[in-house]
Ligand binder design. Structure first.
Ligand code: NAD
Length: 368
């Protein structure tokens, strides 16, 4: 089988899930991995049988590599993406595409100028849960979507994460950390946003770490820990979103789409599976809808968007987890914070096309 050769930059926590995806899908071949901490690249190379652990510069100089998969921390996303494009490689980056809108725009512009691809996580919309929702909406099961809600309610990460301070700094917070899952799901189901506004604040300004090894240390919160927003989609549907690290448990649903013919219960967009639920107009009974698509969550396959990009390269078709959609999401995330400070609506500078749905009858180890 023809393969697409990839190089992975950033061999930290999430990289294991990507290496597992490479193992599960023969279309991908990992030929090198790199990290600014060489021992991390070495460890992953040994664990997953990658032929070469090296520096990023060596990886980018390897003429065999077609896609650079960028799994570095958010502040490194833009420099690594630009360097990879400069080296003539397609890139697939972890979320968010960038922290600043201008940086995301620069990455998209360079890729388009060079005729290269940019893909961006999350690829969870390729999972069976969100693909089933997409099909139900496209098949008209809920009628015309009139509204949507998305709620990511949590009290933050200081009770379990070993080093949680970065979640409360610029470029993180609940919107930049979790917003990409919720906004990618909403825009995949409903299309682009035409107008929006947010209200955001630092509601609990100091956190005490209760996880080990930093138990008892204080964190000063520097970016809003509670972000709410309203969105008018270009389709006319109106959306409401809350992302928060400032609330104790809530019973709000993660995502619901409200149509003229019923309500769709959308699964957690930070997963690849279900459940998908539906309540038909005029009734009060919720039914669970069997998934119409495979869900790829056997081994938590976070790299499914890279698999799709590999097939897209081989078949010369558009890939689905696009830089354009990720840039729209980045534009919205910044827009929620900016409009809160300005007391104004924002018209996004970006737009996107909904990614093509997946076929329903895919084999376990292929995506096309
Ligand atoms: N950990 C998760 O559960 C998770 C889930 C989904 C998405 N993500 C995203 O994945 C990305 C990575 O997260 P993580 O948890 O694996 O972080 P991590 O800190 O565990 O790993 C990041 C790795 O990148 C390396 N790195 C940073 N800058 C670099 C550079 N310029 N050149 C080479 N190497 C560099 C670091 O040394 C580190 O090993 C983030 O963007 C995050 O938002 C993480």
């Amino acid at each position: 089988m023809e393969t697409v050769k990839i190089g992975i930059v950033g061999c930290g926590n999430i990289s294991a899930a990507y290496f597992r995806t490479v193992r599960a899908f023969p279309v991908l071949e990992a030929v090198a991995c790199a990290d600014m901490l060489p021992e991390r690249a070495q460890a992953r190379a040994e664990e997953y049988g990658v032929p070469k652990a090296c520096t990023m510069e060596e990886l980018l100089a390897d003429p065999e590599i077609q896609i650079v998969v960028n799994l570095t921390t958010p502040q490194s996303h833009t420099p690594v993406n630009l360097a990879a494009l400069e080296a003539g490689k397609h890139v697939y980056t972890e979320k968010p595409l960038a922290v600043a809108r201008e940086d995301g725009a620069q990455v998209i512009a360079m890729a388009e100028a060079k005729g290269l691809r940019v893909g961006c996580a999350p690829g969870t919309f390729l999972g069976g849960g969100l693909q089933t929702c997409r099909k139900l909406i496209d098949d008209g099961v809920i009628g015309r979507p009139v509204a949507a809600s998305a709620f990511m309610m949590s009290h933050g990460h200081e009770s379990w994460h070993p080093d949680p301070a970065y979640y409360y700094k610029l470029g993180a917070g609940p919107m930049f950390d979790m917003g990409p899952y919720y906004l990618t799901a909403l825009t995949t189901l409903l299309g682009p946003v035409a107008r929006m506004a947010g209200m955001a604040g630092i509601q609990i300004g100091e956190r005490t770490i209760t996880s080990q090894p930093k138990y008892g240390e204080k964190i000063v919160v520097e970016t809003p820990d509670h972000v709410t927003g309203v969105m008018e989609f270009a389709s006319g549907a109106i959306g409401t979103i809350i992302t928060t690290f400032a609330t104790w448990p809530s019973t709000l649903p993660r995502i619901e789409i409200y149509g003229t013919e019923g309500t769709l219960g959308v699964p957690d967009p930070n997963t690849l599976g279900g459940p998908v639920t539906f309540c038909k107009a005029g009734t009060r009974e919720w039914q669970e809808i069997p998934l119409t698509h495979g869900h790829f969550d056997r081994v938590n396959m976070w790299g499914i968007g890279v698999v799709d990009m590999a097939y897209a390269i081989l078949e010369d078709r558009p890939h689905r987890a696009t830089g354009r959609q990720a840039f729209h999401v980045l534009d919205l995330m910044n827009g929620f914070l900016e409009t809160s400070a300005q007391s104004a609506y924002y018209t996004p500078v970006s737009s996107m096309e909904r990614p093509a749905p997946l076929p329903t009858d895919l084999p376990e180890d292929a995506l096309d």
